[in-house]
Design a protein around this ligand. Sequence first.
Ligand SMILES: *Cc1c(COP(=O)(O)O)cnc(C)c1O
Length: 337
Amino acid sequence: MEKKNIDWSNLGFGYVQTDYRYVSNYKDGAWDAGTLTTDATITMSECACVLQYAQTVFEGMKAYTTEEGKTVCFRPDLNAERMIQSCQRMKMPVFPKERFLDAIYQTVKANAAWVPPFGSGASLYLRPYMFGSDAIIGVKPANEFQFRVFGTPVGPYFKGGVRPLTLRVSDLDRAAPRGTGHIKAGLNYAMSLYNIVEAHEQGYDENLYVDSATRTHIEETGGANILFVTKDGKLVVPKSDTILPSITRRSLVQVAKDYLNLEVEERVVGVDELGDFAEAGLCGTAAVISPIGKIVDHGKEYTYAGMGTVVEKLYKTLTGIQMGTIPAPEGWIMVIE
Ligand SMILES: *Cc1c(COP(=O)(O)O)cnc(C)c1O
């Protein structure tokens, strides 16, 4: 199969229309068979529930080429399961796990020419999502839904080298106790836009959210979990019911324990502990880990090692597992043949 003629290593993180996307529609209580289509547009009612009341959830994952030349996805079963959790909380019909995996498989296979080659640092970002599509004006869940998956090639995250991030401790909140912070709903992003634009205007890369009940615990940023490394090399990850369960973070915790023999603490992390750590990083599908250089809490500044020893080891081990240069734990890699 011939790859598209693209300057892979100079791609950014933006939408590029690929050839095929997967679509399945839910109507009268059942999903249809689903199909690939070349139509990149959606036509629906002006009153569609997603447009009026934001009934939509999404996932994010990547397909890439391993050193051996295989096209693979990283732990797509966890994306399928997380989307089921999101749908249940949003009163949306579940898209069965086996069908989700098949939709990913079909979308990647049909767009094989768009999966960047090994060594380019680029990947095919996959976006599964679902939304309420029929006309809803009185507040209630939609009756009809659409599930889609498209792919878009994205460039290496650390193009031009690693630049450690600067975060500010946010005055606005991301998630409420017993709210929707733990699911991947579009609404969690809509309400974060004001704050991220303001953060950028003030020279920060991200907002670091604290728990909204007590404002004393570290949660995460708008789109990535946070992890810390103590001065004696322990990995510390904040625990809270209002943090989105990042697949990257869960994988890094396992890598830390099983591959790097690190001690791991998953626990409540106080804002007053920010000065105690040697390294910090954000984790998510996009970058695996982005090192943090500085966190600013209302005039108090805490600095970290950036790509420090432990953050770098975690990064290299997990990306090695993804790229097939380090053996993966059973079931972590789905090969697309
Ligand atoms: C998607 C997401 C993450 C990262 O999750 P991964 O599964 O690692 O990509 C972290 N925080 C929030 C709020 C998210 O939406």
